[in-house]
Design a binder for this molecule. Sequence first.
Ligand code: FAD
Length: 443
Amino acid sequence: MSPPPSAHRPHVLIVGCGFGGLEAARRLQRADVDVTVVEKTNHHLFQPLLYQVATAGLAAPSIAAPTRLLFRGERNITTLMGEVTDILPAERAVLLRDGLRISYDHLIVAAGATHSYFGNDAWAAHAPGLKTLADAFAIRRHVLMSYEAAEKEPDPARRRALLTFAVIGGGPTGVEMAGTLAEIARHTLEGEFRHIDPASAEVLLIEGGPRVLQAMPEGLSQKAKEQLERLGVKVRLDAKVTSIDATGLDIATAAGSERIASHCVVWAAGVAASPLGKLLAAATGAETDRAGRVRVEPDLSLAGHPEISVVGDLAAAMSHAPGQEPKPVPGVSPGAKQMGRTAAGNVLHRIAGTPTEVFRYRDYGNLATIGRNSAVVDLGTPFGPLRFSGKLAWLFWLFAHVYFLIGFRNRLVVLMDWASAYWSFRRYARVVADVDGPGEGES
Ligand SMILES: Cc1cc2nc3c(=O)[nH]c(=O)nc-3n(C[C@H](O)[C@H](O)[C@H](O)COP(=O)(O)OP(=O)(O)OC[C@H]3O[C@@H](n4cnc5c(N)ncnc54)[C@H](O)[C@@H]3O)c2cc1C
């Protein structure tokens, strides 16, 4: 397939419309280029609030915006729903799963990351990870159905296992999931069951390292642990998962190995780059790191292929600040957005014949929420780090996330849902279509 509207303009193909792809496309809107955005879903997803869908706090449309709608007014941008399955740098073309071939002059690959089970892929069947809306629906169903099954279960040991929720991985996603699952048990479901007490549910957060939120300063990690424990989460540090099956998991600690019976295990422990990274590396000779991320040049292009850039979670990129040693860019949304903008700007530089820009990551800090009124914030300011936790941090987290959500309607809906949940403790996005499996109407 040739570039759409005007074949005489350079054609920029963007793979993926997450944070990196969306920002790249926005940088190119109204530029003198034709842009095609290929995205395997039909929406841009705000992943930082995905755990809210997984825990029934928000409905999917509140955190996802249709890709087509985002570019509706941009005449130079064409949106195609499809999955890129191969990249052919020698022919300057990509192939889609449905057989379509799209040629390009410039390619920006922003296909993100997926879960990694560190070589234990069989665990995926019992411990879903959280990356897409489909994952969030699966986890939400799993959590809600565990309570439903417990209400009908006469055997005390099986009932206990149904009411044991284990979250693996003490990064931001694991902390958010565990805190919210504890809130659901203590508050949301209060008074709704007759044979079980939802508040007796046990929520475990299992972390292989010595502290949660390891990217945060130690003091904030400790604060986060205390806030989790106040919410009723049992935090197990230095506990390595050695197996997961349909009835629970085994962990290894300094005290020996331990079996935890649980019917609801959530995986928040590892990420691996999109498989497109390996394909790209094989086709261009680019190197990948251990997570499968593609090593890029300082201007985010591939060595020997200036027409190809890789951005976001798929890129092993370095930040080049003047007068400082290059530093790795973290896998967070501001990193992806900034890379998307720089890579798209560099496409315009190449077309204009001007020098490309070296990528410099601007780190504004780190936030993580733990639950109602609980969060930790670590901000970089010109006067040094600003760190705080508790209710003020939670309000900061809340407004920052609403601010960065795409679209006025989404911001309004999220604010209203959160205000209602705050006062009532209720979570209304709890519709599962039937007992047998996900069906139409779960959103
Ligand atoms: C649960 C969760 C919570 C997070 N919380 C935070 C947070 O609080 N703060 C923060 O800064 N960061 C957070 N992150 C990380 C942040 O979301 C990522 O760093 C960011 O999304 C990376 O952007 P990206 O564009 O590289 O990838 P993504 O945003 O993942 O986008 C990749 C896109 O490419 C599409 N795609 C993939 N493969 C193909 C293909 N073959 N063909 C076509 N399309 C394809 C995908 O459907 C997706 O839309 C979180 C991530 C997760 C999963």
